[in-house]
Design a protein around this ligand. Sequence first.
Ligand code: PEP
Ligand code: MG
Length: 324
Amino acid sequence: QKAEWAKLVNEKSVSKDGHTVELVANIGTPNDLDGVIRNGGEGVGLYRTEFLYMGRDELPSEEVQFEAYKAVLEGLKGKPVVVRTLDIGGDKKLPYLPLPEEMNPFLGFRAIRLCLDRQDIFRTQLRALLRASAYGNLKIMFPMISNLDEFRKAKAILLEEKEKLIQEGVQVADHIEVGIMVEIPSTAVMADLFAKEVDFFSVGTNDLIQYTMAADRMNEHISYLYQPYNPAILRLVKRVIDAAHKEGKWAGMCGEMAGDEIAIPILLGLGLDEFSMSASSILRARSQIRNLNKADMEKLAEDVLNLTTNEEVKEHVKKVLSKA
Ligand code: PEP
Ligand code: MG
């Protein structure tokens, strides 16, 4: 099977009936690029920049960040690279950045919330990204957006830094897409209005599932509530995809679910444009998509959206796949 998959490294991710999607990778450091290329990744759908900030004893300088972002952009030679701005807090802590003790860290001071408060940190990262944008196809994505006000503030800061760099005579790419992660139910609910202002969405199901089900993703006692196929989750995902398409934007997914064999047929049917996963899953996913009919999966997606439980959806998809 692995040998069969290996033949697909340079093939398109296209369904039997000719619908093309993009299969891209989640990475944490420039060292992961090798794996992306070896596995036929069509770009990077999530560069988790936290790793640049971890395992050191001070904030990474603009220069250190610029070099890392430039390395990734150059390494991918014009293929799209979605870089997520700093998502620290929650379970991820930095030794040199003391944060207040919180009752509920996952509901607390993290990601974009922290960046909008500590603008020194945020602006340094944005400057490094903007400078690197001249070396490839950069897209910038903000994590943990819960309302439009946050997105507007973050984007305004980005545009301010861009303007400053241009004034300084620094080269910056003309057009950089700016999007958000959809990890919070309020944002999925408001997707139609977000879609008028963002360039793209990427659904972060790892968090979207935890917040929708109100079930801590680290707590073993309630892991049964971590239900990717629950129609509640699928309906939110559909809402996001439909909202994006209505405004001529694209919708991706970068949570674990995007590489899941049961989820992929449903997501293809819902019209997801970009699937971002660990590089090692890409060839298997490509092989699966090449054996599916988009039109059939549309029917499948419609059917599962009206089932009642996670288990029912899972069983239904398995049944349909076994007949295909
Ligand atoms: C997610 O929440 O789905 C996601 C991709 O972000 P992380 O796993 O880094 O929280
Ligand atoms: Mg997340």
